[in-house]
Design a binder for this molecule. Structure first.
Ligand SMILES: NC(=O)C1=CN([C@@H]2O[C@H](COP(=O)(O)OP(=O)(O)OC[C@H]3O[C@@H](n4cnc5c(N)ncnc54)[C@H](OP(=O)(O)O)[C@@H]3O)[C@@H](O)[C@H]2O)C=CC1
Ligand SMILES: O=C(O)CCC(=O)C(=O)O
Length: 404
């Protein structure tokens, strides 16, 4: 998918072929196997990855995923999207990603801690505040980041908060980081809504995935007057055309089961095809495909998740006049505030939540406007425009460094 997206943008850019070829592959991929002692005394050996795609612009950056479906190929693609996300957001970073194939929900707290520390120890040689800076992604959280920061700091004998972002605030995390992905996505949606003349007041919203990104986006859109009619998680989906009672949905989720909200359930696959104004895929890759894209009715698809739409689906949605805010723009609020966190760590100067949110808002509006303007100028969709901006920047950095 990401290689096809690169090729599509390259058609509109005057950059040399060798530069495109460099961008189509990650620079390096580390595969690690590390032992973790389980609570019953046995040792399990886990396979983990850290892939660094391109570091022309600066140190690489990107989250760590703990999910049973993680593969090396998935992490490679995610590392590539990170490079272009940082490029379109104008951050001084390249892209990376990490992952472990594990179901963290099957582990005890102690096992999760030993897994997190074991992974960090195994990849410590390739990460660092000036080298590669991890962060949270699917099924990892501030506590996991805290353990990893501690392991790295112990290995180096120096308190090193800048090695990882998304940490608990008390050890150098940034205020506003937890909400940043969803908040940035909502800012992008608000800009897109203005462009197509959609009133957010009363607009209907469906959100696939009710974790960090999806839940925050749902909450903030509800605050702006939207009607959140459907949400889902890995266990199922809720739908009420007159609007879900979001605080009650959140309470059900926090108590252990989203579906305990009530009888308003639908099949998970139906959520994407509901007649809503705004659809937010906020779970995993490849969920909007050639098969279901013709049935998608939303006016705006805002990709809080990475890679939810296949290139074939992209073409179909474009032909249907559906506006897709691409992942590398729509979810760039997370890495933008991660950058703010890293700056705060390196300078030891900590900002208020208001300051973080204001800077995020400005960054998102600027990135969105730049992408929109590029799309209009070249008559391309927003994804192609976002890739064009990012690839141009990466190319210029590679050229300035004498790589191409
Ligand atoms: N966290 C961040 O800062 C960023 C995240 N992203 C992207 O956003 C997406 C979500 O990440 P994030 O919110 O952090 O992850 P979380 O782990 O916080 O949440 C993931 C959510 O997705 C749900 N989910 C998993 N599988 C399915 C499925 N098949 N159908 C419906 N829902 C499902 C999970 O359900 P359950 O609760 O039942 O497990 C959970 O609610 C990913 O693509 C990630 O890469 C992008 C940029 C930054
Ligand atoms: O916050 C970060 O550094 C990266 C988050 C991430 O993994 C992503 O944007 O997909």
């Amino acid at each position: 998918m990401v290689q096809e997206q690169i090729e599509r943008a390259a058609e509109h850019l005057g950059i040399p072929r060798n530069a495109v070829e460099i961008m189509k592959r990650p620079k390096q991929a580390l595969i690690v196997h590390f032992p973790v002692r389980m609570d019953d005394g046995t040792i399990r050996v886990f396979e983990g990855y850290r892939v660094q795609h391109n570091d022309a612009i600066g140190p690489t950056k990107g989250g760590i995923r703990f999910h049973p479906g993680v593969t090396l190929d998935e992490v490679k693609a995610l590392s590539m999207w990170m490079t272009f996300k940082c490029g379109v957001a104008g951050l001084p970073y390249g892209g990376a990603k990490g992952g472990v194939a594990v179901d963290p929900h099957s582990l005890s707290e102690g096992e999760l801690e030993r897994l997190s520390r074991g992974y960090m120890e195994a990849v410590a040689q390739v990460v660092g505040p000036d080298k590669d800076i991890p962060a949270p992604d699917v099924y990892t959280n501030p506590q996991v980041m805290g353990w990893m920061m501690d392991t790295f700091s112990r290995l180096h004998g120096t308190f090193t908060p800048g090695v990882i972002t998304g940490k608990p605030v008390v050890i150098g995390g940034s205020l506003g980081r937890s909400d940043a992905t969803g908040r940035g996505c909502v800012t992008a949606i608000a800009e897109a809504a203005k462009d197509i003349g959609l009133q957010l007041q009363g607009a209907s919203v469906a959100v696939q995935g009710f974790g960090n990104a999806g839940r925050t986006a749902a909450k903030l859109l509800a605050n702006l007057g939207c009607k959140v009619v459907a949400v889902s998680d890995s266990k199922g989906a809720l739908y009420d055309p007159s609007g879900l009672d979001l605080p009650r949905v959140i309470r059900a989720k926090e108590a252990g089961n989203l579906l305990d909200y009530g009888p308003q359930r639908i099949d998970s696959s139906e959520l994407l095809e509901l007649d809503v104004d705004i659809l937010i895929p906020a779970a995993l890759e490849g969920v909007i495909t050639g098969a279901n894209a013709p049935r998608i009715k939303a006016r705006i698809v805002a990709e809080a998740a990475n890679g939810p739409t296949t290139p074939e689906a992209d073409r179909i949605l474009h032909d249907q006049g559906i506006m897709v805010i691409p992942d590398i723009l729509a979810n760039s609020g997370g890495v933008t505030v991660s950058y703010f966190e890293w700056v705060q760590n390196l300078t030891n100067d900590y900002w208020s939540e208001d300051e973080v949110n204001q800077r995020l808002q400005r960054a998102m509006v600027k990135a969105y406007r730049h992408v929109r303007q590029t799309a209009d100028q070249h008559q391309v969709d927003l994804r192609t425009a976002a890739f064009m901006i990012a690839m141009q920047r990466v190319y210029e950095a590679m050229k300035a460094r004498g790589w191409v």
